[in-house]
Each structure stands twice: as C-alpha cells, then as structure tokens.
Design a protein around this ligand. Structure first.
Ligand code: ATP
Ligand code: MG
Length: 649
C-alpha cells in the first residue's frame, strides 16, 4: 500500500521549539529503561507532594502475585495539583472553556473560579456524609460541573466512578451496585445535538432496581430546567446545597496508592471491566503525556473531543491538562450539530491549538467531502491527535490535509482504559510520522511482540502486543475482582501484561496496531489483521467506513466478510461489489479477497465510537441469537438492520 510507506518527517522548525526533539526523546527513553528509579523519582517532582516519595517502583507481573505500586510512601492530593498550585501563577487564566451544545452558548472558567467551585462542592459532599474511600457515581452531561465533581471527590479522598451520560438506567444500576456507591451526581437533563436526554429520569429508573439502595442521595445539577420527579429525602438540588458552602475546603492527604477513580472499559470485546486507578502514578502519567505527546505549550488552548465518561476524558480533558495549568476545552454537543462544520468552527471560535479526536469522527466528516470544513479556517491548529481505534492511512491523510491545512503533525496515540495514559505515540518534535502507525513508546513503556506461545519476537515482525514492565499510570486492579484482573491481563503470557491487541513492528521499530487479537483473521493459514483490509477499503472513494470479520469457511478455515458503509451519494450495486473485491485483491493480495460484502447503512459501535466486531462476527456466522453483552452499544437498531439484510444465508 503506497499510503503506508509515506513518511512525514518532523520539521526542523517544530523540533526547535518542542518539549522534546529526537536526541532528547532518545536520551530520556533510554534512561527510563536503564534506570527507572532515578528517572521516575526525578519526573515525580513535577507534582506537588505533601510527602515526597522515597520508594519509587515496586511492581511484579508474576501471575501468582501481581502487585503494582508506584511512589508508595508519597502522599499528595490530585485536586491540589490541578488547582491550588496554579493559583499564584495563573489564578486568572482560563482553566476550562465550556462550549455548549448551542453554538451561542459558551463560558470561560478561571483556575481561581474552578478552585472555589471545587471547594464548595467538596464541602457539600461532606455534608452528605461522603468521605475518604466512598464511591461517588457521576452520570453527567459535558458541563463544567462534571470536572468540578471529579475534582471535588479527589479533594476529600472520595473515589469517582463516571458513567457515560448516554448509558441506560441498567448500566447505571450495575455500576452503582458494583462499586457500592453512596451518592449519584447527575443533572436534570443533558443536551446533545439539540435534543434533551432525561438523565435524572434515568437515575430514578436505575435506583428503582434491586440492590441499588446503597445510594442514599442524588445530587442534581439544573442544566435545562426540564421537568423531573423528586424523591424527598433522597434528591438534593446542586444549587441549593452547593451555593451556600464555603469555598475553602482543606485537601485530604492521600497516599500515592489510594484510589482516585474507578472506570469501566468501553465493552468492545465483552462485559465492561471496572478498572481501579490510583493517585500518584496516574496523575504523573497523565500530566507528562499531555505535555510531551501534544507538545502542550503554556497559554495554548487544548481540545480533546472525548466525553468525560471515557478514560480519554479523564486523562486528557481533566487531569492531564489541569495538572499542567493548561486551558482545556469542554464541548457539550456533537460534531454534527447544528452542521458538520461545527468542529472547525469551534476551533476558530476559541483559537484551539491542539485538537485530539477519534478516527470515527474523522471518517464521519470525511464522508461529507472537503467542503465540510469550508466554514472554518483552523489557522490556530498546531498539533492533531487521534485515539480509540487504528486510524486508516486514508483518514490520517484527510485529517492532516483538510482539518490541519497540511501543516500539523498528527499524534496517533495507542493506549487503553487499563493503561491510564498514552503508551505508544509519536512525540511530534521527535518522531517522524507514518500514517497508520502509533510509532514508538512513551518514556518508561516497554512494549514487545510475542507469538501465541509467549516467545519474544525480534525485529520486524507481527504478533501479540504485550508490556514487559509496569508504568506509573497502570490500573492496579479490577474493582472488587482482582482475580479477573490477573486472569485477563497476566495469565496469557507469564510475567507480561497482555494488551489484547495484535500489532506489527516494522524495520524502524514502529508499532502498527492491527486490531484486537480476537479479530485476527486466519484465511487458509495466513494471518491477517482486520485493520489492514479496512484501511484498503476506506482508501476507495466510494467507501466511508468498513468493518472486516472472519466467518467459518469450509475450505479456507475462515472466510472474509466485509461490511461497507458508502460515502454520501454513492449507490450500492453489484458492480461496485466487484470493483471493491478487485481493489482489495490488488492492494493486499488475492489472499485478502473478500468472500462476502454486505452494505451497511450503519455499523454497530460502542458509545465511545468503536466498531463492535464481535457482533458483526456473530451476524456473519449466522449466529444472531445471543449477541453477548450489548449494554454499551450506541444504537441497537443498527444491529437489527444488519441481521435483516445479512448477506450470508
Ligand atoms: P473492552 O476492553 O471492554 O473490550 P475497549 O478495549 O474498546 O473495551 P478502551 O479501553 O476504551 O476499551 O479501548 C482500548 C482499545 O482501543 C485498545 O486496546 C485498542 O484496541 C484500541 N485503541 C485505542 N487507541 C488506539 C490507536 N491509536 N490505534 C489502534 N487501536 C487503538
Ligand atoms: Mg480493552
């Protein structure tokens, strides 16, 4: 594939002003491997500690005794690091720019204001009987109160568990029960794309489920003023309780290994896992990666389009940027409202320098053609970022050329809820880019590729992506189920953390994520990643999005089944199926020749925008009963539609 061979070298000008150039990246990376104790002791100084750590790293991946501790004798508070320590130097600087769903709605919140709001809510939480170690569930719109709630929990040592505001009452109930959560913070309604979502009603429904009576109170932000039911004694208006509090709330001294939050994975591959993240290592990893990977420079406006309900929102809307004293933009709405030009318009309105988004968003815009960006200039952009799925080279180039005006490096960041922060990504002043590759590891990250028996593979190769040693932001456990933690991540390959992802490493040592290991195809004995075939298809002008899965095939073992979403205005036809088949054969080889192509008006995606291939696999195999855990599916009707028109009868 010609696109894959393309290299975008670091520009000298960019490197000259960046936090790290080639030499610095190499030196720091080497030191982080050779002498992690010294390296991390030094880096930990970027945080404010009540008690500076003297014990730095204590970690083992031995499956009989998985034990991960960083900075274990240090103590700190995450909210102090995100707020208090900035007050003297940048109290009046904007911490959060909030952009509402309605383009006429936005506001700026300074560090001083954010600090005061956090103190008030923290005092209110105490009044509700919440203290250190209690779990608080947040089910909120993308409004500043969501960040305030996270920070207020952190301030008093409570553990937040954010549940994405698009989830159903059942998902909320499961997570309240799973974490023994005493309080739910929500809003009357959220607003997305001009539509109201009844969050409070959903919480009412959730808390009517058996086992949820652990939750004693519901604290409700008035976002829209929409009608809500009220349960006296349980429900409390945010403004009634919070506004009257003192803004002064001393921060709880937390051990570095005390939990900061619980967060569930996206559920792409099965039932979501509630990961436990702790305070010191997580915050350090989030802050460092935010500075180095995005090359964040003082005073810049930084925008991560994720929802705070995902780990990306935790680390790169809230904790990383605020720990660095950055200005972080929080967007309530969706990129298609009121028009598909919205994302570019927000960049112009707030002079955004760094834009961090997902391949699914880029592909959605790309399907509308270049004109979709005509309503904005985007001159302020300096760095672009991608996360969540492999970004197809075609989408990468479009992102680069159209959104970034051909002048911004793109950092393709590979990481997981489990990793806490970015693991493999180019530092934009240091690492030449190859579209479709997440490139090289961050400081202290030790990726390796193993075969199915766990043998380490050297040089250019492909196989299973593992980590050989711990890094500070790593999740410490699955909440309430340490055995599942050990089973899921440490039992497949002895002494290694298994990511669940497959990858290829090229001759320059660059990593290319090929998709989930479960999704790897084995066609007549040839192993193929789904990402490669999908990228080939997306490079065809008629294709907006494609998903590839295997299905049982008498002769080949596995056949290739392809779901294709066409670009706006393109009609499906048998001719086009033939053309796409030829296209893939020519691009990748006859071995990748599709057996079945099904037109898919939409693809089943998680709420975080990832394609759920396990469902597509079932449909392709004609196993439409028992689709597994679909609780995190964004739009179940897409699945019915695909089943009805399945092409493999
Ligand atoms: P679950 O673990 O419940 O199945 P999930 O893995 O989708 O859900 P997340 O933790 O949100 O939940 O996603 C992490 C996964 O997303 C990675 O393991 C990888 O498969 C994919 N991913 C994230 N970023 C990238 C990237 N830049 N390139 C390729 N894949 C990525
Ligand atoms: Mg996962």
């Amino acid at each position: 594939m010609t696109e894959q061979q393309k290299v975008h070298p670091v520009s000298d000008e960019f490197a000259a002003n960046a936090h790290a150039d080639k030499a610095k990246y190499q030196a720091m990376y080497q030191q982080s491997l050779d002498d992690p104790e010294t390296f991390w002791a030094e880096q930990a100084k970027r945080l404010d500690w009540f008690r500076a750590p003297t014990k730095i790293k204590h970690t083992t991946f031995d499956s009989h005794n998985v034990d991960i501790r960083w900075f274990e004798d240090g103590s700190l508070n995450a909210s102090v690091n995100c707020l208090d320590r900035h007050l003297d130097t940048r109290g009046d600087q904007t911490a959060i720019i909030w952009e509402g769903d309605d383009p006429g709605d936005s506001k700026h919140i300074s560090y001083r204001e954010l600090h005061a709001q956090t103190g008030k809510l923290a005092n209110a939480l105490k009044e509700l009987g919440i203290g250190k170690g209690d779990v608080v569930t947040l089910y909120m719109p993308m409004i500043p109160e969501a960040a305030v709630a996270m920070l207020a929990c952190a301030r008093i040592g409570a553990i937040h568990s954010v549940v994405f505001g698009g989830f159903s009452p059942d998902a909320v109930a499961q997570r309240v029960i799973g974490a023994d959560s005493k309080l739910v913070i929500t809003a009357d309604e959220s607003v997305r794309g001009g539509k109201q979502v009844p969050l409070k009603d959903n919480v009412d429904a959730a808390l009517s489920r058996p086992g949820t009576d652990v939750a004693k109170n519901v604290l409700v932000v008035k976002r829209t003023g929409g009608e809500v039911e009220w349960k006296e004694g349980r429900d409390v208006w945010y403004h009634d309780l919070v506004d009257k509090q003192s803004s002064d709330c001393p921060a709880e001294e937390m051990n570095a290994e005390d939990p900061l939050f619980i967060l569930y994975t996206s559920g792409s591959t099965g039932a979501p896992k509630g990961l436990k993240h702790t305070t010191g290592g997580y915050l350090l990893h989030a802050a460092m990666t935010h500075q180095y990977v995005f090359d964040y420079q003082d005073g810049e406006v930084y925008w991560c389009t994720a929802d705070v309900g995902w780990v990306t929102g935790h680390s790169y809307i809230v904790y990383g940027p605020l720990a660095n004293g950055a200005t972080t933009l929080m967007f309530e709405g969706v990129p298609s409202y009121p028009t598909h030009g919205r994302m570019g318009e927000i960049v112009d309105k707030h002079k955004v320098s760094i834009l961090y988004t997902a391949p699914t968003a880029v592909r959605a815009l790309m399907a509308h053609g270049d004109e979709v960006m005509a309503s904005s200039q985007r001159d302020s952009l300096r760095v672009l970022g991608s996360v969540g799925e492999p970004i197809n080279p075609e989408a990468w180039e479009w992102f680069h050329r159209v959104i970034g005006n051909s002048k911004c490096p793109i950092v393709d960041t590979w990481w997981q809820t489990e990793t806490g922060g970015i693991m493999i990504a180019p530092l934009p002043g240091a690492i030449d880019l190859k579209p479709g590759s997440a490139t090289l590891p961050f400081f202290g990250v030790m990726p390796a590729v193993v075969d199915n028996e766990g043998n380490l593979l050297e040089g250019a190769t492909d196989g299973n992506l593992v980590m050989l040693d711990s890094w500070p932001g790593q999740a410490r456990s699955i909440w309430g189920d340490h055995d599942r933690f050990v089973q899921t991540y440490f039992s497949t390959y002895q002494g290694m953390y298994f990511t669940g992802d497959g990858c290829r490493r090229d001759e320059d040592g660059y990593y290319w994520i090929t998709g989930r290991v479960d999704d790897v195809l084995n066609v007549s004995g040839h192993r193929m990643g789904t990402a490669e075939i999908e990228s080939s298809l997306v490079a065809h002008e008629a294709v907006a999005e494609a998903a590839v899965v295997g299905f049982p095939h008498d002769i080949k073992g596995q056949g290739i089944y392809i779901y294709v979403t066409l670009t706006d205005g393109v009609d499906p036809s048998d001719e086009l199926k033939k053309e796409l088949t030829q296209w893939v054969r020519k691009d990748i080889g006859p071995i990748a020749s599709p057996d079945v192509i099904q037109w898919a008006p939409g693809l089943p995606k998680t709420r975080s925008g990832k394609i759920m291939r396990r469902i597509l696999r079932k449909i392709a195999a004609n196993e439409c009963e028992g689709l597994g855990d679909t609780s995190t599916l964004a739009d179940p009707s897409v699945v019915d539609e695909l089943i009805e028109h399945r092409a493999n009868r």
